[in-house]
Design a protein around this ligand. Sequence first.
Ligand SMILES: Cc1cc2nc3c(=O)[nH]c(=O)nc-3n(C[C@H](O)[C@H](O)[C@H](O)COP(=O)(O)O)c2cc1C
Length: 302
Amino acid sequence: MSELLQTELCGIKLNTPIFAASGTFGFGEEFENFVDLKRLGGVMVKCITLKPRRGNDGIRITETPSGMLNAIGLENPGVETFLTKILPRIKDKMNVVVNVSGSSVEDYGELARMLDVDGVAAIELNISCPNVKDGGIIFGTDARQAAKVTAAAKKATKKPVIVKLSPNVTDITTIARACEAAGADCLSLINTLMGMEINVQTWRTTLGNLTGGLSGGAIKPVAVRMVWQTAQAVNIPIIGMGGIRSAEDAAEFFLAGAAAVAVGTANFAEPSVTMKIADDLETYLRGFGLKNIRELVGRLKT
Ligand SMILES: Cc1cc2nc3c(=O)[nH]c(=O)nc-3n(C[C@H](O)[C@H](O)[C@H](O)COP(=O)(O)O)c2cc1C
């Protein structure tokens, strides 16, 4: 592995600062034939809840200009099955970041406690899912609630706690500061932007859930802006995401202040895209005479 991209985040050694974003990469093993999983910083696995969930009814994904709208509804097998059946299979293959969602502060504490086990590199609190009523969005849009959830998780685990922020707020820095003050080790942003599509022939929404989360290339400028604002507001590291499809896209996030990035929607179109981004990012760094990715972080000139 090239030293150019080797870095560290919350005490976790990363071969590259490129993660796979939650909900777009299954449990990682589905991508084994396309990606060298050890070359990823880690895989943020599909969101886990206390009880299994079957997700939303009807159409769950639709393509939009330069992006997609999804309302999966947090379908997952539940934490017990994850711990007994899935984690043992994947834990030696990659850095496993477990994305969790709850409908109460206590749920997040309980999930963090249960996941404080060997093979889990970090826990990512999804306080920002816009697609289910109890999907945490309420925690992600209210600074006091966000702090409570963060504190509950921190109390329950020794693992690094990453809080995933919602872009569906007026001022993301208020929430970011509240999470940092409550003990968050890292922030990840952004989750999807709430959107909607209407079929003008049927006069119904395309998605069964009526609204969904917009992701992909279309949201990148919003995400870069929010990462930049958040990087000015906090001292903990940031994992930037939203519309990354190339090394140049990733470089924007590093310049804005992200210590690492995650790739989501682009994996659907090109399952090996993270490897191409890693290769091209090395070339990009060499082109500027940089010895390590850390030399790019926060270097935006204003
Ligand atoms: C189909 C789909 C499912 C997702 N599921 C989750 C999830 O379970 N938990 C979560 O925190 N984010 C989830 N996300 C959000 C992504 O992890 C990411 O934050 C967002 O899509 C922006 O990145 P992108 O534009 O590269 O996809 C999902 C996104 C998509 C497209």
